[in-house]
Write a protein that binds this ligand. Structure first.
Ligand code: FAD
Length: 271
């Protein structure tokens, strides 16, 4: 099921009492005892959850000696095209670049483009149109109908594996714990699973045992998905002609079952 990120954020925000949110507060440092230093001073809590993304201050505070995000060598553009007929969800591979499109429930089409590039290189919509002009339809049509202001470009990062997701009274979750390549579309999904698991564990076991249970439960699963996601994208970014020719000849011969089996662990989960 495809859900627009803004719609998901609205749903989550509506479920939280407004007085529980303090927007615009910049967290600067987090201590394992639950003290959070921020732009408004310092606060202490029995449980602190660092869900502050791939450049997490929480993670850096707790494990300052561990390396930060690693650029994986390809950048990603995302855009929403106006409603138009497309044949379901399709990803098309080239040499070191690919284009994917996914219909959304309201008829608009979510599109993504991934391409090998040096970090921090900026490419606009006109250049993307030019680059994909000779790809099969509906790719040129989708790019042609998009608007520049609807295009997001982000470099793709992965975080090195953490030995634990918990330190003292603090847990990290989502990208702060396990930022992954977007190849399986699982980063936000795993963040949601983390949150549900952590809330359930702390509710039933208390903070200390709940945090231990959260780490035990979530680390193996999320780190497996980080690896699977990395592997799932690798062949799309090959650039050597012999390798891509071999890839394009062999992939269509593999049974669909093989792909389904490798994806099943990511898409099946119960608490
Ligand atoms: C190109 C691309 C495509 C993707 N596609 C998918 C997909 O199809 N499906 C999917 O499930 N996932 C996808 N993802 C992954 C997904 O975006 C992330 O995994 C998800 O957003 C992680 O959620 P999070 O809450 O952990 O972190 P974030 O969404 O990064 O949220 C972190 C929050 O913390 C705040 N913050 C950060 N630092 C501080 C600070 N110091 N003080 C206060 N606040 C702070 C930020 O402002 C932000 O609001 C994609 C990612 C990329 C880059």
């Amino acid at each position: 099921m495809t859900v627009h990120r803004a719609a998901l954020v609205d749903l989550l925000r509506a479920a939280v009492p407004p007085e529980a949110l303090r927007p615009g507060i910049d967290v600067q440092h987090v201590q394992p005892d639950g003290t959070v230093h921020h732009g408004g001073g310092a606060s202490t809590a029995d449980l602190v959850v660092g869900a502050d993304g791939v450049h997490s201050v929480t993670r850096r505070s707790l494990w300052p000696h561990l390396p930060g995000p690693r650029y994986v060598g390809y950048t990603t553009w995302r855009l929403i095209a106006p409603p138009q007929p497309v044949e379901g969800s399709v990803e098309t591979w080239g040499r070191g670049e690919r284009f994917g499109h996914v219909p959304m429930p309201d008829g608009r089409i979510y599109c993504y483009v991934m391409a090998n590039a040096p970090a921090d290189s900026h490419v606009g919509l006109d250049e993307l149109r030019e680059r994909f002009a000779r790809w099969r339809q509906p790719i040129p049509a989708l790019l042609g109908s998009a608007h520049e202001e609807a295009v997001l470009q982000h470099d793709t990062h992965e975080l090195p594996m953490l030995p634990t997701y918990v330190s003292g009274n603090v847990a990290v979750l989502g990208d702060a714990a396990h930022a992954m390549t977007p190849n399986l579309g699982q980063g936000a999904c795993q963040a949601l699973e983390d949150a549900v698991t952590l809330a359930h564990a702390v509710d039933t076991l208390g903070v200390c045992a709940g945090l231990e249970a959260y780490d035990r439960d979530r680390r193996p699963r999320t780190q497996l998905i980080v690896r699977r996601s990395r592997q799932a994208g690798a062949a799309a970014h090959w650039i050597s002609t012999p390798m891509t020719t071999l890839r394009d000849a062999v992939l269509p011969l593999l049974p669909n079952m093989l792909f389904a089996r490798s994806l099943t662990p990511a898409y099946t989960w119960t608490i």
